[in-house]
Design a protein around this ligand. Structure first.
Ligand SMILES: NC(=O)c1ccc[n+]([C@@H]2O[C@H](COP(=O)([O-])OP(=O)(O)OC[C@H]3O[C@@H](n4cnc5c(N)ncnc54)[C@H](OP(=O)(O)O)[C@@H]3O)[C@@H](O)[C@H]2O)c1
Length: 279
């Protein structure tokens, strides 16, 4: 991002963990930050907070509309919302919750905010997830894990779906760069509903984890100087390749077609994007 112009950064999941650390660091240095999350008490620390339950399609669409109405351009979109569920929950839209929040919300915000991003001088989407996991973590015949749901499986599959989202987005010739980012184990809120064993595991992990502020520093560096390539991926500070495996172009096209089909009953599912038949 060009530091000499005024910047607007939208941070999905900016009320806790890595998103909050990024939002605080950006605000501290004078950027305009729009924080998205559910919790108004935690959102109150920011100048621009839009409360939304982003597991719901309509809430993503409303959020996009509100951002478009208030801000001419969006320089960067940072995607951090997640919520672990030990047991399967179906949203009122009929989607498995993890699929809805960890994948569909990121799809809807990335595409919905695209016009505002494209108006910025050097726009970038930073999708903080878990790039580079094996493609075979995707349950193509049961994407929403109706048969044999398991919290970890849902979360890991979500990481791969976000890689495929990045491949599809970056293949469409936008000016907006798409960077996928794996923070590694970080001490954060670990939003979720856990079973006892997983909760104990998370507590142990947090004691050895790095602070969110360290990760935020790496993300700010990426926001300031996004790679020239349409798609990039990082595990902590190490750049990884974006070919094959979870970056497979045919799998990305397959997921895009499935996503368009799932969202077709909803109004204006991708903002202004052309439908799945686009290249
Ligand atoms: N922490 C790690 O060790 C680690 C490791 C690998 C990858 N990651 C990835 O890094 C990203 C950030 O993780 P984190 O650990 O920093 O997260 P976190 O501390 O658990 O925070 C999650 C954020 O998501 C928001 N959120 C949860 N449900 C929501 C909903 N329905 N609608 C809107 N917002 C919702 C929460 O805000 P509200 O409660 O206000 O809604 C919160 O701001 C995630 O994508 C995660 O997969 C993290």
């Amino acid at each position: 991002m060009n530091r000499s112009t005024s910047r607007t950064v939208v941070v999905q999941g900016g009320t806790d963990g890595i998103g909050r650390a990024v939002a605080r660091a950006l605000e501290a240095r004078g950027d305009r930050v729009v924080v998205l999350g559910r919790d108004p008490a935690r959102g109150a620390e920011f100048s621009h907070f839009l409360p939304a339950d982003l597991s719901l399609v309509a809430e993503n669409q409303r959020t996009v509309e509100e951002i478009e109405a208030r801000f001419d351009t969006v320089d960067a979109l940072v995607l951090c919302a997640r919520h672990y569920r030990a047991t399967r929950l179906v949203t009122e839209d009929g989607f498995e919750h993890n699929f809805a929040l960890f994948y569909l919300s990121r799809f809807l915000l990335s595409h919905g905010l695209l016009p505002a991003l494209e108006r910025a001088p050097a726009p970038v989407v930073l999708n903080v997830a878990g790039p580079g996991a094996p493609l075979d973590l995707v349950h193509w015949d049961d994407l929403q894990l109706a048969r044999g749901y398991e919290g970890q499986a849902a979360m890991f599959q979500g990481g791969v779906l976000n890689d495929l989202l990045g491949v599809d987005f970056a293949g469409r010739g936008h000016r907006t760069r798409y960077a996928l980012f794996h923070p590694g184990t970080t001490a954060t809120g670990f939003s979720g509903e856990y079973d006892r064993d997983t909760l104990a595991f998370v507590a142990r992990m947090k004691r050895q984890a790095k602070p969110a502020e360290l990760v935020a520093g790496w993300l700010l560096a990426l926001l300031d100087a996004p790679p020239a390539e349409p798609l990039s991926a990082y595990v902590e500070r190490r750049r990884i390749g974006v070919h094959g495996g979870s970056f497979d172009a045919a799998a990305a096209a397959r997921l895009r077609a499935l996503t368009d089909r799932l969202l077709s009953p909803f109004r204006d599912p991708t903002g202004t994007e052309p439908p799945a038949s686009a290249p």
